[in-house]
Design a protein around this ligand. Structure first.
Ligand SMILES: [Zn+2]
Length: 425
């Protein structure tokens, strides 16, 4: 039997499995794994595990013992299925099964798993329960086509990606379950559009600046020192001096949309003085806190990024005498980029061309995803995101995923998995 015939049979098996994939995706959408707080994780892990077991994977459940967020009320349970083939490469397909809250504006039940007009609707359908289904049925189609796996495939369903992934992929990496030497390549079927391969993301630096002034009588504000005035000076300097500098910097990474190729700064929140809803007293605000989200480029690096923020705080001190400013780091995520010559990129490129008949583009994500843990903790350089679903629909009301995309992504993942194991179509 030739490799081309194998490929044709695999693609035909994916087409035949379309209804099963839709049913499995809908079933997962009906489990409201909302994060925060991390509802129904155990139920969802076991639903994925049961499907993996039905497909003759060896299944393990890995609870994030020792993580503070792993509580009896909201257990953090991950699932890993292994389909052992020959002694060749180990390809790991990872999908997070937590979803963000539904929010308002829905015209369908966000947890109904409704199928209509060639799409499945629901919170988390594209981000990324359809991706989990694609991973599972990619491997299943290879088996149904009677094609032997020269290596092994692992499929993991993990928690908490939307809140940083520490009890999910980071935990599996820390425990050596995904690791350099053990894991050859990782595909994360996040919704980046079916003809795009995502090769990484910018860095994230969340920090808090606390401004402290001196309380005084609101009728004689000149006798106090307003922390809010101090904080506004800092914001003004950020807007007038720092932000134009950031906007002028562009990464060579293909971040989509193009606006996110630049370094950016967002104010997540600000809190100062008296609670606006409370009973008011005539007082000068002695405290104001601001939380910032700085996205930095691979080319900038974290040290220079932080030094620039220290400089901003120093400038604010000069501009607001009497106000004390304090800088506190909240979270740092370093940028990651798949090496240009990674065999993973080549395997996906040729598989996408084979399935869709057009060349894919490489993109980088405007936000971050679990890639960082694979690269930084597991030390596996060969990781990309590729999966069904349109990026623009993630986290939106009426989130949906085109069934045709799920089928095509499944085909691509199947062929790429075999290609990584040395089987070319
Ligand atoms: Zn996601």
């Amino acid at each position: 039997m030739g490799a081309a015939a194998d490929t044709d049979r695999i693609l035909a098996e994916v087409d035949r499995a379309a209804d099963e994939m839709v049913a499995f995706t809908s079933d997962l959408v009906r489990i409201p794994t909302v994060n925060p707080p991390g509802d129904a994780y155990d139920v969802c892990a076991h639903a994925i595990g049961a499907e993996l077991a039905r497909r003759r994977f060896d299944v393990e459940y890995i609870a994030a013992d020792g993580r503070p967020e792993h509580t009896p009320a909201h257990p953090r349970v991950n699932v890993v299925g292994t389909r052992r083939g020959g002694p060749g490469p180990v390809v790991h397909l990872n999908g997070h099964f937590d979803v963000v809250p539904a929010g308002s504006g829905w015209t369908v039940d966000p947890f109904g798993g409704v199928v209509r007009d060639g799409r499945i609707y629901g919170r988390g359908v594209c981000d990324m329960k359809a991706g989990i289904a694609a991973a599972l049925f990619a491997v299943e189609a290879i088996a149904r086509a009677g094609v032997a796996l020269p290596g092994s495939v692992e499929i993991s369903g993990t928690v908490d990606e939307e809140s940083g992934g520490f009890a999910g992929v980071a935990y599996l990496a820390e425990k050596g379950r995904i690791a350099k030497g053990r894991t050859s390549a990782v595909i994360i079927p996040e919704p980046l559009n079916v003809d795009r391969i995502c090769i990484g993301h910018r860095g994230v630096y969340w920090f808090e600046v606390t401004a402290r002034g001196r309380i005084g009588h609101g009728s004689m504000p000149f006798l106090g020192v307003s922390a809010i005035d101090g904080a506004s000076r800092l914001l003004q300097i950020a807007r007038e001096e720092l932000m134009p500098k950031l906007a002028a910097r562009r990464t060579t990474m293909p971040v989509a949309p193009p606006g996110a190729c630049r370094a950016t700064l967002n104010v997540n929140g600000i809190e100062g003085g008296q609670p606006v809803d409370g009973i008011q007293t005539p007082c000068v605000a002695d405290l104001c806190r601001i939380v910032f989200d700085r996205r930095f480029l691979l080319e900038e690096g974290f040290d220079a990024t932080r030094a620039e923020v220290e400089d901003l705080v120093r400038r604010a001190r000069e501009a607001a005498p009497g106000v004390q400013f304090e800088l506190r780091d909240l979270m740092v995520v370093h940028p990651v980029r798949t090496p240009d010559d990674s065999p993973l990129i080549g395997a996906l490129q040729s598989s996408i061309e084979r399935v869709l008949g057009r060349a894919p583009s490489l993109v980088a994500s405007p936000g971050t995803y679990d890639h960082k843990h694979i690269a930084r903790i597991a030390g596996v350089p060969h990781c990309v995101a590729y999966g069904p679903g349109e990026l623009e629909l993630a986290h939106q009301p009426d989130e949906s995923c085109r069934i045709e995309d799920i089928v095509n992504a499944t085909k691509v993942i199947a062929l790429a998995t075999l290609s990584l194991m040395g089987v070319t179509s």
